[in-house]
Design a protein around this ligand. Structure first.
Ligand code: NAD
Length: 260
């Protein structure tokens, strides 16, 4: 077969929208069976329908990555159903708290970090016993915010969570290489998705909105934000054997936005 992921089982968190949805569909097209982890089952139905319509296999698991027990349960169910896990795409995330540091609610900070950073840790943690059996690939979705500041002020919690994911990915690559588990982290720039719905702006930061239209000149490459399908191409590369010697790297997919 020429399918890049034939016979593989992939787990995708946040598989109902944006980057997770596009990547789950791409994985399935390349022959993987895909477990779609989402906050609510209905959010992932469209992804499942698209996969099944083109002859692929996917099942939905309700899972809140900010709840460790819920992640453990979901991963266990994938193992029970398909007996293996080869690819883990720890992608679910929220913009979360958008507020000046001085007035940021501790609860909002916690929610952002628990979803984006701790969620990544537990997703990887509970998948390791399965990945170890035959080796595998872990891909983590950070952001250009993990290294630099974008989107104006107010994103201290988001940026901290995204920087944490980069550090976590590198430690994981160091630790898991002996089991033939590769770990890489992707840093998207502005991508057209639904993420702005998951932003909690504080009262004093009402003006903060993730821009839908970017000022001219924001992206050196074609001067436009990215599409989820363009991120999915990179995720597929990292998931597949085409990247067999790539681990511990941080890869930008941002139309060179971060150079400006
Ligand atoms: P999106 O909102 O379109 O999709 C994210 C999905 O994750 C949603 O379907 C949501 O229901 C799910 N999700 C949220 N919290 C969850 C939880 N606790 N448990 C399980 N699922 C949960 O957004 P997206 O842009 O596709 O975001 C995916 C990842 O990409 C995030 O980690 C985000 O930080 C990152 N990212 C996005 C951009 C961008 O511009 N869109 C840029 C850089 C990084």
């Amino acid at each position: 077969t020429t399918e890049a992921l034939a016979g593989k089982v992939a787990v995708v968190t946040g598989a109902g929208s944006g980057i997770g949805k596009a990547s789950a569909i791409r994985f399935a097209r390349e022959g993987a069976k895909v477990a779609l982890l989402e906050l609510t089952a209905d959010t992932a139905e469209e992804t499942q329908k698209e996969i099944e319509a083109s002859g692929g296999e996917a099942f939905i698991l309700e899972c809140d990555v900010s709840d460790a027990q819920s992640v453990e349960n979901a991963i266990t169910k994938v193992g029970e159903k398909w007996s293996r896990i080869d690819v883990v795409f720890a992608n679910a995330g929220i913009n979360g708290a958008a507020a000046p540091i001085e007035t940021m609610e501790v609860e909002d900070w916690n929610k952002t970090l628990e979803t984006n950073l701790r969620g990544t840790f537990v997703t990887v943690k509970y998948a390791i016993p399965y990945l170890k059996k035959q080796g595998g690939s872990v891909i983590i979705t950070s952001s250009i915010n993990g290294n630099r500041t974008f989107s104006g002020t107010g994103f201290a919690a988001y940026s901290s969570s995204k920087a944490g994911q980069v550090a976590f990915a590198k430690m994981a690559a160091l630790e898991l290489g002996r089991y033939k588990i590769r770990v890489n982290v992707i840093c998207p720039g502005a991508i057209d998705t639904n993420i702005s719905k998951n932003t909690f702006p504080s009262e004093d930061l009402k003006e903060i909105e993730i821009p839908v239209e970017y000022p001219e000149g924001s992206h050196p490459l074609e001067d436009r934000p990215g599409k989820p399908e363009e991120v999915a191409k990179l995720v597929l590369f990292l998931a597949s054997e085409e990247s067999s010697h790539v681990s511990g790297t941080e890869i930008y997919v941002d139309g060179a936005e971060s150079l400006l």
